[in-house]
Design a protein. Structure first.
Length: 90
């Protein structure tokens, strides 16, 4: 959602999380990297939800972004790490 590709290396993950995700077919991998399996129904639903959220952020109801920024003293921007942390999106 940050408008760039994400291919984490195996050494960036905890224990055997990536291998478990590959076994569940949530991720695809080669010997070095992982990427989302966009054909998996759970991944599709997650991507659809994130795309819908991105559309809302891009075109919020009138005044929403200003209220959000006033409440959180931060930008209403999905590319902002605090946005993801604040709303427990990762």
């Amino acid at each position: 959602m940050r408008q760039k590709q994400f291919f984490p290396r195996r050494d960036e993950w905890l224990e055997e999380e990536p291998e478990k995700a590959v076994e569940q077919r949530l991720l695809s991998s080669d010997e070095a990297e992982f990427w989302p399996n966009q054909a998996h129904p759970k991944v599709k639903r997650a991507l659809t939800a994130l795309e819908n959220l991105q559309r809302f952020v891009d075109e919020p109801p009138q005044g929403f972004a200003e209220k959000y920024q006033g409440r959180y003293d931060d930008l209403f921007d999905m590319s902002s790490r605090p946005f993801w942390e604040r709303h427990h999106l990762f």
